[in-house]
Design a binder for this molecule. Sequence first.
Ligand SMILES: [Zn+2]
Length: 72
Amino acid sequence: MSDIDTSRLKSFSKLTAKSYNDQKALIKKVLLGRPMQCKSCRKEIQFVAKTTNSAARVRCKAGCTDIELDIG
Ligand SMILES: [Zn+2]
C-alpha cells in the first residue's frame, strides 16, 4: 500500500482544518487495519478497494462516511 496522496484533499476548502486533519487521521488508521467506527452511525468503517466503476474509498456500512481516496 503506497502512501495516500492527500494533497488534493486540501482543495476541498469547505472542510475545516480540523475536519481535514480528522479525516486524514481516520483514513490512515483504516488503512493500517485499525477498527474504526463511524461517528454518525457507529458502524464499522472499512477500506473498499478500487473497482472499474469506482475509486478506492473509506466508508461505513451505512454510507454516511464515504471518503474517496486519491490513490492508484
Ligand atoms: Zn456511518
